[in-house]
Write a protein that binds this ligand. Structure first.
Ligand code: RTP
Ligand code: MG
Length: 365
């Protein structure tokens, strides 16, 4: 959106559950939006790098307006890199659920296949150690899922959740930790967490630097695969939805979070324009925050997954198909948890739109 970028100072007044906002045009130093109640914005949405939708206007949060805000908020908004290692990828849903239910937020997510040279770079500090070769072989043996995790004391919280490095020790000393639950041994220990703010900054850049993040996306674009979008409102439930899909027999062959701007959302939802009365609201939902795109493979592909998603209206889904995703996680016709491909012919196109076009486009951040 180069050329259309405007900067605003956003003032947020929490006011005990009746939040209000005010916006000032930074360049013109003029009131842009006078103090107005807003129902769907919370303090937790306001972290650097996040996208929020304010009265149909998509805003990207780029920095703190003053040092007071920085001091008050930055402690609550520590970022850390978490990696779900190859042996734990089948349990990704449960691990994501553990992260979010501990109060942390998943700000970004990417499933990639690392090459040996990528792993050697990431773990350069361990080069020469006895376990190094084993570690490189293990980390490049299958896909990993990188997570940008945000929240109060996120670095320490994730390391505590992960548990001791050695899985056997984790089982005896921290039986509820992720390494106790999903780790195999000293090296195949399920998860990684950054060990300091400096490591977190380096490691987040390693995976999430736009167009230079290490590792190759894993999408197959096969005819037996289909797109599943976990809509922004449902991302808080990403772990449970993910695990439900995997337990039903689908393989997650690609996963990435995307933040669509209006151009991208309009283009992607074009087929619904003039057909579905909720079209405008659907575009607004798709741009209201990050979504998670999944490529699901096997188990009957597009047609079967569409049934598994359930009828568009969650109310109807709860009557007709109570075990469907929309029955379980949907709120209404627009916030209906997931988008699935409706027309069989669109299957490959929709997959390509996300996992080939958008991943390289400036219309998502
Ligand atoms: P991490 O960095 O992954 O959170 O784990 P850590 O700090 O607890 O462990 P670190 O000593 O930094 O080692 C990095 C990773 O190398 C593998 N490793 N294998 N003796 C072994 O077999 C051994 N020791 C370390 C593990 O995958 C460990 O997480
Ligand atoms: Mg370490």
């Amino acid at each position: 959106m180069a050329g259309q970028m405007r900067k605003y100072t956003l003032l947020f007044f929490p006011e005990d559950g009746n939040p209000q906002i005010e916006m000032i045009d930074s360049k013109l130093k003029r009131m842009f939006l006078k103090k107005t109640p807003i129902s769907d914005l919370t303090l937790a949405d306001l972290h650097i790098g996040n996208l929020v939708n304010v009265f149909s206007r998509q805003l990207s949060i780029t920095g703190y307006a003053d040092s007071f805000t920085q001091a008050a908020l930055s402690n609550n908004q520590e970022h850390t890199l978490m990696v779900i290692k190859p042996n734990a990828v089948p349990h990704a849903g449960s691990i994501l659920e553990a992260v979010t239910s501990s109060g942390l937020t998943i700000a970004n997510l990417r499933q990639v296949q690392l090459l040996r040279k990528d792993v050697e770079e990431f773990y350069a500090e361990h080069r020469g150690k006895a376990f190094f070769e084993n570690l490189v072989a293990f980390m490049s043996s299958g896909p990993v899922i990188a997570l940008d995790v945000v929240g109060a004391g996120a670095i320490g919280a994730v390391r505590a959740m992960n548990g001791p490095t050695d899985s056997a020790r984790a089982r005896s000393e921290a039986p509820n930790s992720l390494r106790a639950r999903f780790g195999k041994d000293g090296t195949a220990n399920a998860v990684h967490g950054s060990d300091s703010p400096q490591s977190a900054a380096r490691e987040l850049a390693y995976y999430f630097k736009f167009q230079a993040g290490r590792g190759n996306p894993t999408s197959t674009m096969s005819t037996n695969s289909t797109l599943c979008i976990i809509k922004p409102h449902a991302v808080a439930d990403v772990g449970r939805i993910w695990q439900t899909v995997v337990d039903a027999g689908y393989a997650v062959t690609a996963a990435q979070s995307f933040a669509l701007d209006n151009v991208a959302a309009t283009e992607f939802l074009e087929v619904y324009k003039g057909v579905v009365p909720e079209y405008v609201a659907m575009v607004a939902e798709m741009t209201s925050g990050r979504l998670v795109g999944l490529e699901l493979s096997g188990n009957g592909g597009q047609a079967a997954f569409r049934k598994f998603a359930g009828p568009m209206d969650p109310e109807i889904a709860r009557h007709l198909h109570p075990t469907s995703l929309r029955a379980k996680y949907g709120v209404d016709k627009v916030k209906n948890a997931v988008h699935c491909t409706d027309l069989p012919d669109d299957g490959p196109l929709e997959l390509e739109y996300f996992f080939s076009i958008l991943v390289n486009s400036s219309h998502h951040v």
